[in-house]
Design a protein around this ligand. Structure first.
Ligand code: GLY
Ligand code: MN
Ligand code: MN
Length: 285
């Protein structure tokens, strides 16, 4: 801890910049202590348990707020004081709305549900998104988009290593999504990719769901990897792609060996694993 403060002070001495308490706190918050990692891991496990319960319970006729209720039941049951941020449960066209919090729609056969929900525990938040088919099976178009986002996330994970800038995972994800959208004929030029992937891939995670960005990655950095593709109704592409909004969001810790650990790996990410889990029973089904 003292080392981190010293490093903040010496960096500012070298640049003659004004040193504020905010500068020191930024560095302290960007790299987590073992006690903080322990609390974040607890919040993440509560969150993945909630996501898995929703995957097991989802069916046509359920409302977005019922999915939210199942999710948040598991947060509370496990000791979370609050959700880390307002729960996002957007189905069909609502899956394409980035900060959708209304959660009122009745979900139907053939819809996708994008669920971005996570627990807070003793002040530390997780941040997890899963996107699932309401009827338990992705349609061919939903599967193509889902697997493109999954490939983007996997390519971003490869960049999660000591010494890389925390923008590298985003650059990798954007490359994959741009190539994929061109191949599917959804876009005609590379520049159009940002229409369907309009946000960054990573942000720091900890005391706040949007904690300071870690900058150059080092052991103890905790951040999200969350690529997405959102094709709202009326988009300038074939209608068969409309209403497909997919984000996959996991919480990553840079480890002492220079690599990473996916803290939210307890909830499935692949099409086969998700479809299999929708067939399992739980207390809400
Ligand atoms: N849940 C907010 C975010 O993903 O950044
Ligand atoms: Mn996030
Ligand atoms: Mn999120």
């Amino acid at each position: 801890m003292a080392q981190l403060v010293d490093s903040a002070i010496s960096t500012h001495h070298k640049t003659n910049a004004v040193l504020t308490l905010g500068n020191i706190l930024h560095n302290l918050r960007a790299i987590k202590q073992p006690e903080e990692i322990n609390l974040i891991e607890k919040a993440v496990v509560m969150s993945t348990e909630g996501h898995n319960a929703v995957i097991r319970s989802i069916k046509p006729g359920m409302t977005e707020y019922q999915a939210q209720a199942i999710m948040e039941y598991y947060f509370k049951k496990n000791g979370s004081e609050y959700p880390g941020y307002p729960s996002i449960n957007g189905s069909a066209e609502n899956s394409c709305v980035l900060h959708y919090e209304t959660n009122q729609r009745l979900m139907k056969d053939g819809d996708l549900l994008l669920s971005d929900c996570a627990a807070e525990y003793h002040g530390y938040s997780a941040d997890v998104t899963r996107t699932i088919p309401v009827n338990g099976k992705f349609s061919p178009e939903q599967k193509l988009i889902y697997e493109l986002v999954l490939e983007a996330q996997d390519s971003a994970f490869v960049q999660c290593k000591t010494g890389n800038n925390s923008r590298e995972p985003h650059n990798a994800a954007l490359r994959v999504i741009t190539r994929g959208l061109l191949k599917l004929g959804i876009i005609k030029t590379e520049a159009e990719a940002r229409t369907y992937f309009p946000h960054g891939t990573s942000h720091g995670l900890g005391l706040d769901v949007h904690d300071p960005n870690p900058g150059i990655l080092q052991a103890g950095a905790v951040f999200t990897v969350e690529p997405g593709i959102y094709i709202a109704p009326g988009s300038k592409c074939e209608q068969k792609w409309w209403n497909i909004g997919v984000r996959i969001e996991d919480d990553i810790l840079i480890t002492a060996d220079g690599g990473y650990r996916n803290l939210s790996a307890g909830s499935p990410r692949t099409v086969a694993e998700i479809e299999k889990m929708t067939k399992q029973k739980n207390i809400f089904k």
